[in-house]
Ligand binder design. Sequence first.
Ligand SMILES: NC(=O)c1ccc[n+]([C@@H]2O[C@H](COP(=O)([O-])OP(=O)(O)OC[C@H]3O[C@@H](n4cnc5c(N)ncnc54)[C@H](OP(=O)(O)O)[C@@H]3O)[C@@H](O)[C@H]2O)c1
Length: 253
Amino acid sequence: MTVDLFSLDGKVAAITGATRGIGRSMAIALAEAGSDIALLQRSKEFLGVKEEIERLGRKCFIVNCDLENASEVSEAISSVVAYFGKLDILVNNAGIQRRSPAVDFAEEDWDAVMNVNLKTVWLLCQQAGRQMLKQGSGKIINMASLLSYQGGITVPAYAAAKGGVAQLTKALSNEWAAKGVNVNGIVPGYIATDMNEALINDETRSRQIIERIPAGRWGQANDFKGAVVFLASDASAYIHGHLLAVDGGWLGR
Ligand SMILES: NC(=O)c1ccc[n+]([C@@H]2O[C@H](COP(=O)([O-])OP(=O)(O)OC[C@H]3O[C@@H](n4cnc5c(N)ncnc54)[C@H](OP(=O)(O)O)[C@@H]3O)[C@@H](O)[C@H]2O)c1
């Protein structure tokens, strides 16, 4: 049955940044589709999403790591594999934003954005790739951005990092596609999450953004449920190195 192509029964997925926002919705979607979940999160106290996943009847394992620090992710994927015995899906979702005119942009902000949004994405891809190549199968999904294509204004580190995520996705796909590993990306448009709180609260800017979006509304975190299950499942078996826009039509305009 075609619908079975979307099932994630018996799969194991690891996801970063699922405490809230888009990542939370995607973690719940993966669990609803049948996958057990490893949450790579920095908070040791926050168990809310773990409990939601367990209420769905899935197993959930938390790996504590701060993605700003490369040394904290060095054992992340091996911990997941030690716990579940394998890794089928990796979603590199976590991301941060820092805004400042380029001439004043602080070096520590540059490092923070590059570490969370690109360096640890690469390290987790590499670790997951090693495991998935051994298994002969796997799905890696990286969160890109409209700023993988456009430069933005006053967000030089974010644009550089998200441009890098798009290129990394294609580079890894080229190496791993013939070995059973799909590497793809998702490109969110303007999504109503904590990351955009300031923009949403600025009535003029928010209205201008909505007018520019063909769908006529901000995206919601739940708009990512279908896209992530699709890219994590057999339904996308022949899709490699693709960046799937979930943007209400923004890029087409
Ligand atoms: N929202 C948009 O319009 C939009 C547009 C384009 C692309 N994106 C991308 O989509 C992804 C999700 O965005 P979102 O809007 O859902 O973000 P969000 O609501 O701000 O949530 C960010 C997530 O990343 C985690 N995170 C941040 N820094 C971390 C660190 N050092 N270590 C571990 N976890 C960390 C946060 O965990 P804590 O709870 O611990 O802080 C949180 O779970 C990001 O990659 C973002 O760049 C979003």
